[in-house]
Design a protein around this ligand. Sequence first.
Ligand code: FPP
Ligand code: MG
Length: 332
Amino acid sequence: MKSFDGTLQERLHIPLARINRDLERIVLHDPDVSSRSIVALSVMDLIRAGGKRLRPIMTIVGSRFGSRPETDSVYQLAAMVEMVHAASLVHDDILDQAETRRGQPALHRKTGIYSAVHIGNYIMCRVMELASANGQEAEKYIHELASVTTTQLCLGEYQQMEQRFNLDIPLEAYWEKTRNKTALLMATCLQLGAKAADADPDVVDSLYRFGELLGMAFQIRDDIMDFTATAEELGKPAGTDLRNGHVTLPVMMAMKDEATASKLRQLLRPDASEAALDEAIELVRQSGGLEEALAVSHRFMKQAWDVTEQLSAFPAHADLRTLWSYFEARTY
Ligand code: FPP
Ligand code: MG
């Protein structure tokens, strides 16, 4: 992996403090929720737990391709996309029975599942409420996020659940699920920022494509990291995907070898013992499937680079390349 010096926000001159302030405002300015309520405190906890803020950063970079970059409206959109992402992670951690997120106990471990479901729903609905509030400039652009992307997020997660322990899922189904659960939100972030800054429709489309390709590569690497990273790096135990029955690209690539496939079929069942799951994880690690998946991720990255070339007339294409290098160097 190549290295990436400094932090992404520093390299892109994006004030993270402003993003965080806008995020907190979403909750603190809600007249219906007391700032001392469990809901508000839990959401503030989530915000303060940090995160890379990749999606808001992508929104701001997208705006640099238009004639009105980095307006208040762009920052407002950036906060909204992060909140949608945060809500989806709250639900994802319940579905994945995750113990931790960002090195801290997952929200449902602190509040219980029922509360966490409602808090996730609240965050989503609060974003939609803000986006559709009269007079908000965001109202004009938020349609994609509200109507399409969040639906795809839910569908992606549903597809993943439906395919648990299915070792015969076609590659096409993996692409679709990956696009839905990860790539489209990233694509939408760049798109929303660009639209809010009045970028040309062609440019908006190219940025959308760039975000989609980067998102595909990102999720594939996330799937690989589940086998290669330490629990400390992941903020959760390694091998969690397979333990939850999620058949990801490294497993699908490992399945190309007949002997490995037949062994994995014996090991990976909904009632599999811990020992069987450990053996399956080790088998995938040894199979060459990780390297093949990494090669696929590189192909998506290469296509994303090609999109940056189409946008080379814009000074902000350098920022797109900074984003690209960050994704290339880092997996997480
Ligand atoms: C992380 O995947 C999860 C997602 C990218 C999307 C989750 C979406 C939902 C749960 C649908 C609900 C959506 C809303 C808007 C409330 P992962 O488990 O592969 O990644 P991880 O390693 O970070 O857990
Ligand atoms: Mg998860």
